[in-house]
Write a protein that binds this ligand. Structure first.
Ligand code: ATP
Ligand code: MG
Length: 684
């Protein structure tokens, strides 16, 4: 334990905080809510509060810190460390219980598994794997062939997930969010029942189960008491985006609210599509007797005055919110820009030009971000960046971990960890030439019943095409099962086995092999196979470069991110793609007034990521492939309804290329547009 710091040292530590922030940091242990707008220092305040608690002598191992992503948890750890480093003679505290609800849930469930009837060796399905399992079950129930209008596996999973996270009846979920699936209620109910059974049989949990089982576990008074007692404080960032299960978990941990601190901004609630509910943050104070203390922060430290004025105006038009106005003393003559461009191709070129100009002016690429509503919106820009040799990292649409070879290796690890995990097993067995779904299925049946998977496989007769490859495979499975090489050395064993298969399947095998070396390095940073799998499945790094100590790109690189994944972050220069109706608000989301309001908050979140420069891009037309009936086509686009004419004076309107300078290259520009269309069609 770290000894308590003297009052003078603490005073110096918190000298930069404003009085409201300081009040939050020094608050005792009654329940506390900090509700405030973007960039007002909520996360910074939380970090200072953690530092204050540690400096006061609280054991860092008794602090439970729940953040929105693993990246945010790591950042919080660094902030706390930086703050405490200013105290003389301090150790570097590690915060062992800092992570996402899902990550912490997975750890607690594994620890308590036997007490609650779970297999301790359970593995976790990511969303894609869960959808695959849903697909398998759907097929087994005969729901896939019978009528092609039956919802697709991803939709089934979305309905299921919504019902679980909102703790709502299926009927209600269908009425409110998936009315077009209403007629399938009985079949969906049967499907979900079978899906739950399949998960239990295979000893796998999907993401939702991590919260569901955790919440259920907290209903067992003895276990809840025991877990709650382990933590003196529970602190939650971004509380506006939690769902009912998460609120139930918090209530189970600390029923009387002692030691609970939550911070958030109702104006930034953007996850209702995953059943998050703003009610959690709004109702928080009233949960306790006496009610929780509520502190607000009004000063924005992040953005310049003009950026803040425009952001405030956009959110000011929201139908309903906890009113709060932010101010900033960061003067600037530069208003946020509304940049009109002709189309996607011009949007990409104009952004690249601006990014390079910023870099010339001393803003590194890492301090610049391009944000978008949907991951595929950045396709054209990605092509332009590659063409111009500008390195970038993309968050929200995962490239690295989605690739087939990386998923193959992870599946192998998962299957070894839990031989009943059928989704993983299917994938692994089918790496071998000659083995298809039928044979794989039969082999997995044998493995599921056996004590030792390698012995079960050794007894199976492989098809002739697989023959020579079978023994080395079975031997490797045996070594992994016995943990012969140990972690992380076994990664090298797996890679050596897999590489020849890679060469057979892919022309660019060398590049893919390099990814696997990278994966091995990432793996080495984790204490065990199980921790590696759990954490990677839960919150995969968008690219390897955000894994501490493993730089993928030494150089500077630009950030590309969905708005959803940009939460809580900030950059000197921010570009927002396609700020037009149809993209923001998305035409997938114009169903209800509530959905439209969420889209408005998304724009607010995007705009408030900027410190000094903000450009909202307005292409005149954009390419759409959402309406199956209408096919792919360009549609005319209009400025987003969230910036009505009355707000225009807060922006500087410009066009690119500037009208007189438009070169007489109509034909070649037209060609670029056609290429854009073709590229999109290929990616679909
Ligand atoms: P968001 O709503 O986007 O999550 P936030 O309210 O969590 O934002 P922070 O990210 O904590 O805000 O802080 C925004 C910026 O303001 C950061 O760069 C932070 O270092 C800075 N900041 C916060 N408080 C102060 C302060 N008292 N003095 C100087 N800078 C501060
Ligand atoms: Mg924050």
């Amino acid at each position: 334990m770290i000894p308590a710091a003297g009052p003078a040292a603490l005073d110096a530590l918190f000298a930069t905080l404003n009085p409201q922030q300081r009040a939050a940091v020094e608050h005792g242990d009654g329940p506390l809510l900090v509700i405030a707008g973007a960039g007002s220092g909520k996360t910074a305040t939380l970090a200072h509060r953690v530092a204050r608690l540690v400096a006061d002598g609280t054991d860092p191992g008794r602090l439970l810190l729940l953040t929105f992503s693993r990246r945010a948890a790591a950042e919080m750890g660094r902030r706390v460390e930086r703050i405490l480093a200013r105290l003389p003679g301090r150790h570097r505290p590690s915060l062992p219980w800092s992570g996402t609800f899902h990550g912490i849930g997975a750890r607690l469930l594994r620890e308590q598994a036997e007490r609650i009837g779970l297999a301790p060796g359970f593995t976790i399905l990511d969303r894609e794997d869960a959808a695959d399992l849903m697909g398998l079950v759907r097929h087994e129930l005969g729901l896939s062939g019978r009528d092609s209008r039956f919802p697709l596996k991803a939709t089934c999973l979305a309905v299921y997930s919504r019902a679980v996270n909102a703790e709502a009846a299926l009927e209600q979920v269908l009425d409110q969010a998936f009315p077009w699936c209403r007629t399938w209620e009985a079949e969906l109910r049967a499907l979900f029942g079978a899906y739950v059974e399949a998960k239990q049989r295979q000893q796998v949990l999907d993401y939702d189960d991590l919260l569901l089982y955790w919440a259920q576990m907290m209903l067992e008074p003895e276990i809840a008491e025991e877990i709650g007692r382990r933590f003196d404080h529970v602190l939650v960032d971004e509380y506006q985006d939690t769902n009912r299960l998460q609120a139930a978990i918090l209530a189970g941990l600390k029923p009387d609210g002692r030691g609970v601190t939550v911070v958030g901004d109702d104006a930034q609630a953007i996850y209702s599509f995953r059943a998050a509910t703003n009610r959690n943050i709004l109702d928080f104070p009233g949960l306790y007797r006496p009610p929780a203390r509520v502190l607000t922060l009004e000063r924005n430290y992040r953005s310049t005055g003009p950026i803040l004025a425009a952001s405030n105006a956009v959110i000011g038009l929201a139908a309903e919110r906890y009113a709060k106005e932010l101010w900033s003393d960061r003067a600037s003559a530069e208003r946020p820009q509304l940049v009109t461009v002709r189309d996607d191709a011009d949007q990409a070129r104009s952004i690249v030009e601006r990014i390079l100009a910023h870099r010339e002016a001393g803003v590194p690429l890492k301090e610049q971000a391009v944000l978008f509503r949907t991951a595929h919106h950045s396709g054209m820009l990605e092509v332009e960046l590659v063409r111009r040799n500008i390195p970038f990292v993309k968050f929200g649409g995962l490239k690295f971990l989605d690739s087939r070879h990386v998923k193959d290796l992870l599946a192998l690890l998962r299957w070894i960890e839990n031989p009943r995990d059928r989704v993983a097993g299917f994938r692994v067995l089918q790496i071998l030439p000659g083995i298809g779904p039928g044979i794989a299925g039969r082999m997995l049946d044998r493995v599921a019943e056996a004590f030792d998977p390698a012995m079960a496989l050794a007894a199976a007769a492989p098809p002739p095409r697989t023959a020579g490859l079978w023994a080395p495979f079975v031997e490797m499975v045996g070594r992994l099962h016995r943990r012969a090489a140990g972690w992380p050395a076994e990664m090298a064993d797996i890679r050596a086995w897999y590489e020849p298969h890679l060469a057979e399947q892919h022309e660019d095998a060398a590049a893919r092999a390099a990814d696997l070396v990278q994966l091995e390095q990432i793996a080495a940073a984790y204490p065990s196979r199980e921790r590696f799998l759990t954490e990677l499945t839960l919150d995969p790094p968008g690219a390897t470069s955000d894994e501490a100590g493993v730089p993928l790109l030494d150089e500077d690189y630009l950030i590309l991110s969905t708005i959803h994944s940009a939460k809580g972050q900030e950059w000197t220069a921010v570009f927002v793609l396609n700020v037009v109706d149809g993209c923001i608000p998305s035409d997938m989301a114009t169903g209800s007034a509530a959905e439209i309001e969420e889209e408005r908050r998304l724009l607010y979140v995007a705009m408030t990521r900027a410190r000094d420069h903000l450009a909202l891009m307005l292409p005149h037309r954009f390419y759409t492939h959402q309406q199956a009936a209408a096919g792919d086509r360009y549609v005319h686009a209009a400025r987003t309804r969230f910036i009505p004419p009355g707000l225009l004076p807060l922006f500087e309107e410009t066009a690119w290329p500037p009208p007189p300078a438009r070169p007489a290259l109509g034909a070649s520009n037209q060609r670029a547009v056609d290429i854009a269309a073709r590229l999109r069609a290929i990616w679909r």
